[in-house]
Design a protein around this ligand. Structure first.
Ligand SMILES: Cc1cc2nc3c(=O)[nH]c(=O)nc-3n(C[C@H](O)[C@H](O)[C@H](O)COP(=O)(O)OP(=O)(O)OC[C@H]3O[C@@H](n4cnc5c(N)ncnc54)[C@H](O)[C@@H]3O)c2cc1C
Length: 450
């Protein structure tokens, strides 16, 4: 029996709750996208919720949990998709969302507390002439710490790759579960074992990352007579070095009616490309679209849209927001995460799209990996059962398409091509020898002295 009452008493002065309804709410993320994870995770709940305001309170919470053998699961914006911040074994949920301060921006290096929302950091940086290089389509609710620990791809990927690339994460301050818990200030390759390890290797308290000079971004929507033309255009746009861009995605016509804010602007039955390009790139973009048989059908100022709670920046139709837009109207779908081969990318997209026309609705995002351009896909999938999902994954893999399986919750099984190189297991053994941080999410970890 865990001493939660003792833990609560020891954390006096820190914002806490053991209200059961609140605990259930604070123990969830977007795991329900996956019917497989939904069956496994529905009903799981922490036993105590704490919201530290600073590093000192984080360390106090970790020390008090460690001495009582209570597991700790970190939670940021809770927009993760694989039950990453769902506690598998109860314990304490440590909520970072009161640690939100941007701390410094000097010579293109941003330092911020881990619980800062990415939208707020981007706007703060913009006031100083800079912008985030990368953000997830959940920018308006995700935290910077959650993006590092659980996400890592998204808008900006066509220019800067993913968070896996050296240089996209400069350094971290991270609280360990050692005896006693301590703060490590690590940078470069040293910080890699905390990158995309779901809070199993430490609690990030501060993030240091590079930012880019701010640009005037336009959201653009372009219609194409069929999906193949949209994919070819999107792929060509990624190589068009004269047109600065932050995002470029192609959607099959079947998905367009689910995009409430722009569906009416897109001619019925046409395929869609959504992109973010600079104002300076608009003339070249129109010329290029004409050459590919497409036409601009809608545009808006990206920053104005994301500041307006009633508007939808176009990136909220992209990445894993595509699935969400469909799920809002049809709960019978799920999704996959794929990466197409570098050579023959367009052909592989067309081949995969042709495989399951009634069950898989394709949507591809242009992205760089290790300096090479390809497409990621988050296809929407009509859910039948786990066996059928496995067949679809196997068929994709047979075409040379990599899968980062979003229907499993361990780092090792799920991350696929998104896994960050580095000695994650060795770091965990040092930073969390008792295995109290988000237990169950790093499959290969076992306690040395149980
Ligand atoms: C509609 C939708 C669209 C999405 N689009 C994208 C996308 O474009 N790109 C992308 O990469 N992801 C995407 N995601 C997944 C998710 O939104 C992102 O990964 C996001 O960055 C997670 O941030 P968060 O603050 O919500 O993290 P959370 O969900 O709170 O946490 C994610 C993981 O990180 C850990 N964690 C959180 N904070 C810390 C910390 N301070 N220290 C240590 N560990 C921590 C948690 O324990 C958990 O394991 C999407 C999800 C949804 C639902």
């Amino acid at each position: 029996m865990r001493d939660i009452a003792g833990l609560k008493a020891a954390l006096d002065g820190i914002t806490l709750s053991d209200d059961r309804a609140l605990l259930r709410q604070k123990s969830r993320d977007f795991y329900w996208y996956s019917p497989i994870l939904k069956a496994r995770m529905d009903g799981l709940s922490a036993e105590l919720w704490a919201q530290p305001r600073n590093e000192a309170e984080v360390l106090r919470a970790l020390a008090a949990a460690r001495v009582r053998g209570v597991p700790v699961t970190v939670r940021g914006g809770a927009t993760g998709n694989y039950g990453q911040c769902v506690p598998l074994d109860g314990g304490l949920v440590l909520d970072t969302t009161a640690m939100t301060a941007p701390l410094a921006l000097t010579d293109g290096v941003l330092v911020a507390e881990a619980g800062a929302r990415m939208i707020d950091l981007d706007l703060w940086a913009r006031e100083r002439g800079w912008e985030l290089r990368l953000w997830p389509s959940t920018k308006r609710s995700a935290t910077i710490g959650g993006f590092v620990a659980g996400g890592g791809a998204g808008v900006g990927g066509i220019a800067h790759g993913t968070m896996r690339e050296r240089g996209n994460l400069l350094g971290l301050r991270v609280a360990t579960m050692q005896d006693p818990p301590a703060i490590l200030d690590i940078e470069g390759d040293e910080a890699a074992p905390v990158n995309r390890t779901y809070g199993t290797t430490g609690v990030i308290t501060q993030v240091r990352m590079p930012v880019a000079p701010a640009q005037a971004w336009r959201d653009v929507a372009l219609a194409f007579p069929e999906y193949g033309a949209a994919v070819r255009f999107a792929h060509a746009l990624s190589y068009a070095d004269g047109i600065a861009k932050k995002m470029c995605a192609a959607f099959q016509p079947v998905l367009v009616p689910y995009f409430k804010g722009i569906a009416d602007a897109v001619p019925k039955g046409t395929a869609l490309v959504l992109a973010m390009v600079t104002t300076a790139g608009m003339v070249a973009l129109r010329d290029m679209a004409r050459e590919h048989g497409g036409a601009l059908v809608a545009e808006q100022d990206t920053v104005a849209a994301e500041r307006d709670p009633h508007a939808t920046p176009f990136y909220e139709y992209c990445w894993n927001h595509t699935t969400l837009q469909v799920l809002k109207q049809d709960r019978g779908v799920t999704y996959l995460q794929c990466r197409f081969p570098f050579d023959g990318t367009v052909e592989a997209v067309e081949a995969a799209t042709a495989l399951f026309p009634d069950e898989v609705w394709m949507h591809t995002e242009c992205v760089r990996f290790g300096g090479r351009i390809t497409m990621s896909a988050l296809p929407v999938i009509r859910w039948r059962d786990a066996a059928r999902l496995a067949e679809i994954m196997a068929a994709f893999e047979a075409l040379g398409i990599g899968i980062a399986n979003p229907h499993v919750f361990t780092i090792e099984e799920g991350s696929g091509y998104r896994r960050v190189p580095g000695d994650q297991l060795g770091f965990k053994r040092m930073a969390d020898p008792l295995g109290l941080l988000n237990p169950g999410k790093m499959r290969d970890f076992t306690r040395a002295d149980p």
